[in-house]
Write a protein that binds this ligand. Structure first.
Ligand SMILES: *[C@@H]1O[C@H](CO)[C@@H](O)[C@H](O)[C@H]1NC(C)=O
Ligand SMILES: *[C@@H]1O[C@H](CO)[C@@H](O)[C@H](O)[C@H]1NC(C)=O
Length: 351
């Protein structure tokens, strides 16, 4: 063996024996989506879909309503904390925060929005493409705050979370006569939404994202509002809507598989919120809940947003006994269960 070969062999050996560098830790949580993850971006909009008043937020730090659609924190807050970051992820449009706060986590989500532009039009909220515009604006600010190089590192090691889709079906497809339902079968509409999701993820990748949680929709037919509308069925879950959720989620999961093979250096996890919500709704008592059919706020059957306010005498005193806080959104306790489940089953790859 020549000296040259020996040196080559030794350096190869050195490379092989070098301890595997653990994947760099998550530097920030960057959130896109709807009310499941909105931290208050609708507060300053002219929309009726807001929640920055009591009793929303009554179990949040300081008993403060922030614009989160819950009595306390939402899943992305718990996920941020689980990665050793801040215990809550601030909304980009909340004037109480600035780039210093957003450097480790920022939320662009808007309650009432969807993949489909026609969905955000229904209640005049932020369309998904506009959330992306805000993200570009954020990237520029982060670069002037941290410097180009450090900002690029933060952006590529950040965990991006997307949670969106329910409103496309419930607020749009099934609610607007002569709209999308006249144009698409529900399967075609699912494909249309998944196509938008794909273009959005590819765009995020192009902008530097490398770690993503693409979350599926919950069992939509078990939201108290949908159960109440199905009173002919004795307020059982609407199984037709649940089937649509599962079908859509399967397509989203297939997209995750496809993009993981195609986007070099990107890791996408499918966030299975459906599974945990379904388990809890079927057996609420095994999780310490007393009620999964109606919500804590007001009568618990149809109220959300302005209908869920502190004048209402029927609001429950202990939200921890309920799966749902208002007719459309989980309590903080349920949000924590969702976050724990997704962390354990889907996001460990990013730890
Ligand atoms: C939604 O609207 C934006 C802005 O007008 C547009 O660029 C985009 O192509 C639209 N998306 C779809 C799927 O129609
Ligand atoms: C970039 O990060 C390095 C390492 O953490 C740090 O030493 C440096 O000060 C940072 N640069 C700026 C402009 O913040």
């Amino acid at each position: 063996m020549s000296l040259k070969t020996l040196v080559l062999c030794l350096s190869l050996l050195q490379i092989l024996l070098r301890p595997h560098k653990a994947s760099a830790k998550v530097t920030a949580i960057i959130v896109f989506g709807d009310s499941t993850v909105d931290a208050g971006n609708n507060n300053g909009l002219s929309t009726i879909l807001k929640s920055n008043f009591e009793p929303y937020g009554r179990d949040f730090e300081g008993g403060r309503p922030t614009g989160r659609f819950s009595n306390g924190r939402i899943p992305t807050d718990f996920i941020s904390e689980a990665f050793g970051l801040k215990p809550s992820v601030p909304a980009y449009l909340d004037p109480a925060y600035g780039i210093k706060d957003f450097a480790t986590g920022v939320c662009f989500a808007s309650a009432g929005t969807g993949y489909d532009n026609a969905t955000s039009d229904v209640l005049s909220v932020i369309p998904l493409w506009k959330e992306l515009d805000y993200f570009k604006d954020y990237q520029a600010k982060l670069k002037s705050y941290l410097g180009d190089q450090n900002a690029t590192a933060v952006l590529s090691e950040a965990l991006y979370v997307m949670s969106i889709g329910t409103n496309d079906f419930l607020e749009n497809y099934y609610s607007i006569p002569g709209g999308r339902a006249a144009q698409f079968t529900v399967q075609q509409y699912q494909d249309f939404l998944v196509g938008i999701s794909e273009r959005f993820v590819v765009e995020l990748y192009r902008l530097g994202a490398r770690k993503l949680d693409l979350t599926g929709v919950p069992p939509m037919g078990c939201l108290p509002l949908e159960r109440a509308m199905d009173f002919m069925a004795g307020s059982a879950c609407n199984e037709e809507y649940n089937r649509v959720s599962r079908e859509f989620n399967r397509k989203l999961e297939a997209l995750v598989g496809k993009l993981n093979g195609r986007l070099k250096g990107m890791r996408i996890a499918y966030g299975n919120a459906y599974e945990i919500v379904s388990q809890v709704v079927q057996k609420p008592d095994s999780y310490g809940f007393e009620n999964a059919g109606v919500a804590c706020c007001a009568t618990g059957v149809f109220e959300m947003g302005y209908m869920c306010n502190k004048m209402n005498p029927f609001t429950c005193t202990d939200a921890n006994k309920y799966v749902f806080w208002d007719a459309f959104h989980p309590t903080e306790k349920m949000n924590q269960l969702v976050a724990n489940y997704v962390m354990k089953n889907n996001l460990m790859v990013f730890m």
